[in-house]
Design a protein around this ligand. Structure first.
Ligand SMILES: Cc1cc2nc3c(=O)[nH]c(=O)nc-3n(C[C@H](O)[C@H](O)[C@H](O)COP(=O)(O)OP(=O)(O)OC[C@H]3O[C@@H](n4cnc5c(N)ncnc54)[C@H](O)[C@@H]3O)c2cc1C
Length: 379
């Protein structure tokens, strides 16, 4: 029997990891990666939960992800007090266990791309998709006037692509935070660097995320109205906040800016086309959960498609895609809304400090928080 064909559109993290995962099933995969130069120089890093890191490792990526990642086993939250000093309000210490793994986005992408180049059932197209069309009983994508046909098209093309808006522009909850994330990487003197720190400043959130004993990644989400040309000013402030924990700081990467938004889509699929990754949901980065949600979706999609392919059934029909949507949508909805609620409530200093101080006293509450961040919601 002729193998069924999947097209995965999007050459960033969701597209690459989805292509590797689904290539292990018995499909032919076309991966359309568009222009990829921007991401190779990224200053961004990603925190991947222990459970999701295990899943990615099980994809048999030949280059060791473990060697390229850095373990965080402790997490601390701080709040800015009246004297501009930072008071600790929450601490999570898993003792000898890991909370999450940190990876530099550019390194992760390089590893994933290297692996994809070795997989015979994945064929790469380095152009942009311009149209999605119905083609006989299948789905077509158009690249440079040529049309290719598939049983299933998976769009991992981020949250603001025209293609998504044209085809799925109904029923979404979207909110612009009016904030920008500033990301960079610092070099510093050698320390034992396994504690992730997040500081709630009066109008922003400043995170220090270790990526080696001499390197720490910074994610600073700050209210808009920034003069992005004034890098010197940002660098001065970053140094001043970070110098509470790090000595002899030097900038290892440029500063990268990203406008922040929140998005939940109601419609997950339409006629053999499935939305995935940030095309489906976008969270504020303070929880470090956007890509982790996608990995959890991927586990579910893999199971749904595996069942059909083993029975020799068409993988792009509405009943297949509804099964995926019905399983993931309620969990993603509650998780996304919960994270948004938390984001909005931590803006109130007193509420935030009171909540975290109470939770900090309860190991039971800490275990629940860790479990949800690690494995997501399970219902
Ligand atoms: C500052 C920051 C920190 C974060 N930290 C974390 C974290 O610690 N942990 C975590 O889990 N998540 C984190 N996230 C979220 C995470 O980065 C994203 O969920 C993830 O990068 C999403 O990737 P994506 O591939 O779905 O979308 P995108 O990164 O938007 O990629 C979409 C790709 O599709 C391509 N494309 C678009 N249109 C077309 C077309 N027509 N044809 C072909 N290609 C096309 C684009 O060029 C792009 O390469 C963070 C986000 C931010 C902003």
């Amino acid at each position: 029997m002729k193998k069924q064909k999947i097209c995965i559109v999007g050459g960033n993290m969701s597209g690459l990891v989805t292509a590797i995962c689904l290539s292990k099933l018995d499909f032919n995969v076309d991966l359309v990666i568009g222009n990829t130069t921007q991401r190779q120089n990224s200053s961004r890093t990603i925190a991947i939960s222990e459970n999701n890191f295990k899943f990615i490792n099980k994809l048999n990526i030949s280059e060791s992800l473990r060697d390229k990642s850095w373990i965080c086993s402790k997490m601390e939250l701080y709040t800015e007090n009246k004297n501009k000093k930072f008071n600790k309000i929450f601490e999570l210490d898993r003792e000898k266990k890991n909370i999450f793994y940190m990876l530099e986005n550019s390194k992760l992408m390089k590893i994933l791309m290297k692996e994809i180049n070795k997989i015979k059932s994945i064929s790469i197209k380095r152009d942009n998709v311009t149209h999605i069309l119905d083609q006989d009983s299948l789905k077509g994508i158009k690249i440079k006037e040529k049309i290719y046909k598939y049983n299933l098209v998976i769009l991992c093309i981020g949250h603001n692509s025209d293609l998504v808006e044209k085809n799925f522009n109904q029923n979404k909850i979207e909110n612009y935070y009016n904030e920008t994330a500033i990301s960079t990487v610092l070099n510093h003197d050698l320390i034992q660097n396994n504690t992730a720190r997040q500081i709630f400043l009066d109008n922003s959130i400043f995170a220090l995320l270790p990526i080696s004993n001499t390197k720490t990644s910074i994610v600073w989400s700050i209210k808009n109205k920034l003069n992005k040309n004034n890098q010197l000013n940002f660098k001065k402030k970053i140094k001043s906040f970070a110098s509470n924990y790090l000595k002899n700081i030097k900038f290892n990467k440029n500063i990268e800016f990203k406008n922040l938004n929140f998005l939940i889509r109601n419609k997950y699929f339409l006629n053999r086309t499935l939305l995935f990754g940030d095309a489906l949901h976008v969270l504020h980065p303070f929880m470090g959960q956007g890509f982790n949600m996608t990995i959890r979706d991927l586990k579910c999609l893999e199971n749904v498609l595996k069942k059909r392919i083993n029975l020799g059934l068409d993988i792009g029909t509405d009943d297949v895609l509804s099964e995926f949507s019905n399983k993931t949508k309620p969990r993603n909805f509650v998780f996304s809304l919960g994270s948004n609620l938390l984001k909005n409530s931590i803006a109130f200093k007193k509420t935030r400090n009171d909540i975290f101080k109470i939770v900090n006293k309860s190991n039971f509450a800490k275990n629940i928080i860790f479990d949800i961040a690690n494995k997501g919601l399970r219902f």
